[in-house]
Design a binder for this molecule. Sequence first.
Ligand code: A2G
Length: 431
Amino acid sequence: ARISAMNFNMCGYAAPRLDKVRVGFVGIGDRGSDAVERMTYIEGVEIVALCDIRQAAVDGGQEILAKAGLPKAKEFVAGDLGFKQLCDSNQVDLIYIATPWEWHVPVAVAAMEGDKHAAVEVSTAKTMDECWQIVEVSERTRKHCVILENCCYDFFELLTLNMVRQGAFGDLIHGEGAYIHDLDYWLFNKPKDDKMTDGAYTKMWRMHENKRKANVYPTHGLGPICQAMNINRGDKMDYLTAMMSEDFTLKNKIEAKAKVDPFFQQFVGWDMRGNMDIQLIKTNKGRTIMIQHDVSSPRPYSRIHLLSGTKCYAQKYPLQQIAFGHEVADEAKMKELEEKYTPEIVRRMGEMAKKVGGHGGMDFMMDWRLIDCLRNGLPMDMDVYDAAAWSCITPLSEWSIANGSKPIEIPDFTRGAWKTNSAVELTLKGG
Ligand code: A2G
């Protein structure tokens, strides 16, 4: 592990309060435009800048603002590096990043170097160097680099998190998470024109990412488990081992598509990732975590979200249940648990979140909480160390898969601060 030149530690760090949060968006595609819309509903936010490589995407963002009766934002459309002008400008406090993965860290670093907080979509970083880079730059600039892991804010995940924190699980022993989502439609969604506003991945970038023999998308499953286990806040991930199946579908699908549409011939013969990859992680306190990732098998969606403790058990997929020993909670017991353990963020924001939407409301709760923390000078729920620790599963799993599933150490990005760092309460300060 590298040692930062500056030893300032961002664990538990609360940046000076911001009365208004001026937000600039970089990447206004399918995901980014939804984020722009969600932010129009949040008090204290000013959407001041929109940046993309495509004018049509920025135009779409302006339309969302107009519909919400908000003033036009400043536009930054100047090629791949257009975000630099935005990051150097004095007009924003927070850069919200929803670009293809390869641009996440370059934009986040430019944002922090430009004295702005960064909020970055998942997965945040692709390489070990990128993981350390966001940590080093965040510590040096004292700017936040938040990972936008929406699944940490889904209703069942928040309920079980609060149950863990209130002691209902006893000690946690084991957790499981996953991103199992047949992306057949998305991976093969061919851009219809070069305006790139049709929801397709620009230049088929996600197909390219799926060449990599690694868990390229670990955080939807891992994030909520890490939060429940207080990873970086009392516990840490020590090491992992990983395994990947062969590819039984992707190469065949590419060949079949190429036969009817020459566009897909460019992918024929590619050495694609296997269908399923699995990681086993051991934590410092002796807990185990299992993570799965499969985007190409024909099967139902699952993030598993399983927590197993000395007193209680919960799983979200395939069937949502909470159990105490052999007793699975029935409808009445579930209601009682919800009444007792629903965290304040859901009590206050849950209904509005469902109305605004975004994966059933969790996207809105995530954005709301981000702004709430910045406006009230609170430490972040998902800070730069979480961004690094959750993202580093990609390069580390890649190494283990390539090396016969040998174990590999997961670095302590907090450099020891995990021992004393404590979790942020999920209460809300704002109105
Ligand atoms: O499918 C879902 O919306 C995923 N999110 C998102 O991460 C992305 O992979 C998308 C496909 O474009 C969740 O599953 C929460």
